[in-house]
Unconditional design. Structure first.
Length: 289
């Protein structure tokens, strides 16, 4: 090999090394920006009020104040808020998955007049935020006497257009031969959905389930509209109650507010850490059709 070729190969290797180094540096910078708010929330929950009010912030607590967590639990009924949030999120997730599977099957494998037009309406629903439709929905909930009830928290969110879209795309990717074989074995539509399509599209089901769980666990706007007493308030409202508990006083309980926020997001972090492998595969499968 000539010196010119050797020099060109060396320059190419250096260029690749520099490119890889820049990629790692960019990835590290993006990770730092994304993770730092979570880190700041956690260390702030372990600081004293005096340390949080210092003019120069500290990146590590001078002393770990674990009492902030039991103090936060005393300031607001977090046990009740957690239970309400679990019931609300579990109810919404179950109904959305059930309705999403049936609707997705109809749009993906069904054959009826107006199917595509109805699916366009479903896609249109993705563009309408709840802040636009909450007035008529709230009026219906009030007329049904569902204020301060789990029905008022769950039923208006029982159908997700996004979930129907994702599951429909995933169901379309399943070959019809599997369905025909199931029909020859005497399996009905419900059996096909839950014994054939759902297991084969498990990554997508897990993906939309995780997204729905995170979305409704963090929900604040709608629960705020339909709950007026602590009996049915959720965890997001509980964190706000911590802020209100010291309203008008000279000393702010920012450390307790951060402790409440940590307790609120901890289930989401654990869930994401355990099930993150399903997210990418679920999106990839849904996008294949």
């Amino acid at each position: 090999m000539s010196e010119a070729n050797q020099g060109a190969n060396a320059r190419a290797r250096r260029a690749r090394a520099v490119g890889a180094l820049l990629q790692y540096a960019a990835a590290a910078a993006v990770t730092l920006v994304a993770v730092f708010p979570i880190y700041w929330m956690i260390i702030s929950s372990l600081k004293s009020s005096e340390e949080l009010l210092r003019p120069v912030p500290t990146l590590w607590p001078a002393a770990f104040n674990w009492r902030n967590y039991p103090d936060a639990l005393k300031m607001a009924p977090f046990g009740r808020y957690f239970l309400n949030t679990i019931v609300m999120t579990g109810g919404i997730l179950s109904l959305q998955l059930l309705a999403g599977c049936f609707a997705a099957y109809g749009f993906a494998k069904g054959s009826f007049r107006g199917r595509d037009s109805l699916f366009v309406l479903v896609l249109g629903a993705l563009m309408i935020p709840i802040q636009i439709t909450f007035v008529p929905i709230y009026c219906m909930v009030a007329k049904l006497h569902w204020i301060n009830t789990f029905a008022g928290l769950i039923v208006p969110q029982a159908v997700s257009a996004y979930m129907i879209f994702m599951l429909r795309q995933s169901f379309k990717a399943v070959d019809d031969s599997f369905l025909e074989a199931a029909r020859l074995e005497g399996m009905g539509r419900v059996g096909i959905i839950f014994k054939i399509l759902a297991p084969m599209c498990k990554p997508t089901l897990m993906t939309v389930g995780i997204i729905s769980f995170i979305d409704h666990w963090n929900a604040y706007f709608w629960p705020k509209m339909v709950t007026t007493t602590p009996l049915r308030r959720t965890i997001a409202q509980g964190v706000y109650e911590l802020k209100r508990s010291y309203a008008g006083l000279e000393t702010m309980n920012q450390n307790q507010i951060m402790a409440g926020a940590v307790m609120a997001v901890l289930p989401i972090i654990i869930l994401f850490a355990l099930l993150q492998k399903y997210l990418l595969s679920g999106f990839s499968k849904a996008a294949s059709k």
